[in-house]
Structure formats: structure tokens, C-alpha cells
Design a protein. Structure first.
Length: 291
DNA sequence: CCGATTACCTGCACGC
DNA sequence: TGCGTGCAGGTAATCG
């Protein structure tokens, strides 16, 4: 599911019910997601307060009152839903969130009685619990800059791309280069920038001798796509939901993603959206206006 | 180091 | 109806 915009929407939704709250009760229904859940997971959360919810790339970070951090990654199908009535959730009498209850792996009950359920059919998501100091000093250190932050700019992109032989799309999916882009938003950003997913990443570095000319186009394209997607509540293909169960709206605003065969949305372009493969994953692009 | 491929896991859409 | 195939927002291990 979830790329940066979806994770950000989830963060905002969880913040409303979790910030400042106690983990009163944590129920764990299986031992592992993608990785084994932390040892004594529930007992290390219960009684701790959530000091704040942050996002780094596609990671959610819940800072706890005991200076540990709950690190959460939603994988492809991880989903949090919030219910006000904890008892009904634990009883299993609350349903109808549009997800299969057999994949409800964790339930977090807060001090004020809200229940937050983590559901993840494919279990590509994971959760870690580690001291605050460790996440910044080594766990997340390999991640690239936040695309909506100040340190992400054309000069940075161009310098990272300079010696890369891989194609532009695969390059942008690399979380060490930029944190938070995934398959949808790379396709959309490349379309906005008018750049082909198949050109070599290194070609960002210069154009006609001018440094970073293409990178200069790409940066605002990436930023605007992410901002628009956040404003629309993220993109729902199938699994993704906001914390209140609502679908996102950005899938209705896709220019190329999942629109193979449709006319290019760019004003004045007569191209047809095509599907290609980069790094083994589907890419959607217009061969006419993306060069 | 780099780049390409495969694995991980379940659900769903599709063709037969 | 059922069965096989391929594909799906993710990362990470492995192999050249």
C-alpha cells in the first residue's frame, strides 16, 4: 500500500488517538509479521505513554515515555484502524472495516479506551522496539533525505545520480537516495517532470553542459505529487485505508499509474499511457511527452 | 561496490 | 465451480 503520503495520513490519524496516551493493553495474535515481533512486545509497551508520532520516509516512529521508539513499517498491506470501543474490538464483535479479521495481528488499547487494530494480510510489515538513540545513530541512517524537506534539492539528486548506470525509475525507488517514494509516486512524478523512466539515472546530472537541468525539473514534480496526494488523503488501490476506514482519493487523480491504454493527461499531449517494466516492477508512462 | 533477480505472503482477477 | 497463472503500495538476501 503505503508510500510516503499514505504513511503520513496514517501518522496523522494515529496521532489523534495516540499522542499523549498510555498503552493500556496490547494484544498480540501471532509471533511474527515480516520479522519476529520484539521479545515481550506487549509488556514492553503496556504502561508506556506515547510522547509523539513521527514519520521518516515510509516508517512510522512512535516515541515512548521510556525513551524507546516503536518503529513501524506497513509493508504492502499493513493497515491501522481505530475504533473507539476497545471491548467490542477485543471481543471481535466489531467488524465491517472492510478487512479480513483473520489478519488482525495486533490490537493496541489506549488509556482512554480506544482500540487500534493492525491488520496485514501479506505480513510484509514489521515492528521494532529500540532505544531512541539507536534509530538515528544506525537504524535509519541509510535512508535518503525527506523529499518534502529542505535538504532534498536538485544539486543533491544530481550528485547522487552522477555515476549510476541504472534507469531513472529504479534509482528513484531506492530509499537510500530518497526516502518515501514507491511505485505509484515515482511513475506520477516522472510524468509531471516529463522524464522517461527508462533513461539512465546519470542523465539527471547534466543537460547540454548545464548541471542538474533535469534534476531541477524533477524535484518540484516529486514534491508536488506528494503534496497533492497527502491533500487527497493518499491513494487506495485495495488495502490502504485512513485510520477511520476511509479510502484515499488520489487514485482518482492519477495521470499515468494503472492507466495503461488511456490518453495521456498532459494538456496538448496526444500520447497513450504505456506500461513497462523497470527493476521487475510495472511502470506507467507516456512515451510521447516523457523523454 | 553495483545491478539484476528472487524470495517473502496472501488475495484477487483472469482465462480455461 | 475450480484450478492454474500472474500481479499487487514493500524490503532484503543472493548471485554474478
Amino acid at each position: 500500500m503505503p508510500e510516503l503520503p499514505e504513511v503520513e495520513i496514517v501518522r496523522r490519524g494515529l496521532e489523534l488517538v495516540l499522542a499523549g496516551q498510555l498503552f493500556a493493553r496490547v494484544t498480540q495474535r501471532r509471533a511474527d509479521l515480516r520479522y519476529p515481533l520484539p521479545e515481550r512486545f506487549a509488556e514492553r509497551l503496556e504502561g508506556r505513554r506515547v510522547a509523539g508520532l513521527e514519520r521518516r520516509g515510509k516508517y512510522l516512529l512512535a516515541r515512548l515515555s521510556d525513551r524507546n521508539v516503536l518503529v513501524i513499517h506497513l509493508g504492502m498491506t499493513g493497515r491501522f484502524t481505530v475504533n473507539e470501543g476497545a471491548k467490542e474490538v477485543l471481543d471481535g464483535t466489531v467488524r465491517d472495516r472492510g478487512s479480513n479479521p483473520k489478519h488482525d495481528h495486533l490490537v493496541f488499547v489506549t488509556g482512554s479506551g480506544a482500540a487500534i487494530t493492525y491488520n496485514d494480510p501479506r505480513r510484509f510489515g514489521f515492528m521494532l522496539l529500540m532505544p531512541e538513540a539507536e534509530i538515528h545513530s544506525h537504524y535509519l541512517t541509510g535512508l535518503g533525505p525527506e523529499p518534502l524537506g529542505d535538504s532534498f534539492d536538485a544539486a543533491y539528486l544530481a550528485s547522487r545520480a552522477r555515476d549510476r548506470a541504472t534507469d531513472l525509475k529504479t534509482f528513484l525507488l531506492d530509499q537510500r537516495v530518497i526516502a518515501g517514494l514507491g511505485n505509484i509516486y515515482v511513475s506520477e512524478a516522472l510524468h509531471r517532470a516529463g522524464l522517461s523512466p527508462n533513461r539512465r539515472a546519470a542523465s539527471l546530472a547534466r543537460l547540454n553542459g548545464k548541471p542538474a537541468e533535469r534534476a531541477r525539473r524533477l524535484v518540484p514534480a516529486i514534491r508536488s505529487v506528494l503534496e497533492d496526494a497527502i491533500a487527497a488523503g493518499g491513494s487506495t488501490l485495495r488495502d490502504y485505508r485512513q485510520a477511520d476506514g476511509a479510502k484515499g482519493g488520489f487514485q482518482n487523480l492519477f495521470s499515468v499509474y494503472a492507466r495503461e491504454g488511456e490518453p495521456c493527461a498532459r494538456q496538448g499531449c496526444r500520447g497513450i499511457v504505456r506500461r513497462g517494466i523497470n527493476g521487475g516492477r510495472s511502470t506507467f508512462f507516456c512515451g510521447a511527452c516523457q523523454r
